[in-house]
Ligand binder design. Structure first.
Ligand code: HEC
Length: 107
């Protein structure tokens, strides 16, 4: 049985709506989720105290610049920061940087 055109059209519209929703400003929760992937090394909310550089309270422009440099390979990473930065779009990195800038530092 052929798939009714009207339903196919509705599905396409729904898919388009979902796509444009994803392109909208990500929610605080979404950005927090991205930032959580950094906690394995930079500690919870980036409040690292020794070893890994702290991200909490760091100037957003500085964090963003570092991430972009890791992403482009301009800045050599001793470990995996370059790979980690490549997992995000520049817009996502910008939001992650801003999120960390708003966290109260550990000390
Ligand atoms: C597997 C461990 C690991 C994870 C996960 C990780 N980082 Fe890093 N990060 C490092 C290390 C180690 C360095 C020090 C530079 C280097 O050796 O690569 C670093 C350096 C940085 C720097 C530069 C700090 C400075 O002082 O110049 C920034 C900014 C940064 N990370 C942000 C992030 C963000 C944002 C995430 C999550 C999206 C993240 N990192 C996830 C290990 C990690």
């Amino acid at each position: 049985m052929a798939f009714p055109r009207s339903i196919a059209g509705a599905l396409l519209l729904a898919a388009a709506a979902a796509g444009s929703a994803a392109a909208q400003t990500p929610s605080e929760r979404q950005v927090r989720g991205w930032a959580a992937s950094c906690a394995a090394c930079h500690n919870t909310e980036g409040r690292s105290v020794g070893g890994f550089p702290a991200l909490a309270g760091r100037n957003a422009d500085d964090t963003y610049r570092a991430l972009i440099e890791f992403q482009s390979g301009q800045r050599p990473a001793a470990t995996i920061m370059h790979q980690h930065a490549r997992g995000y779009t520049t817009d996502e990195l910008r939001r992650i940087a801003e999120w960390f800038a708003n966290v109260k530092p550990a000390r």
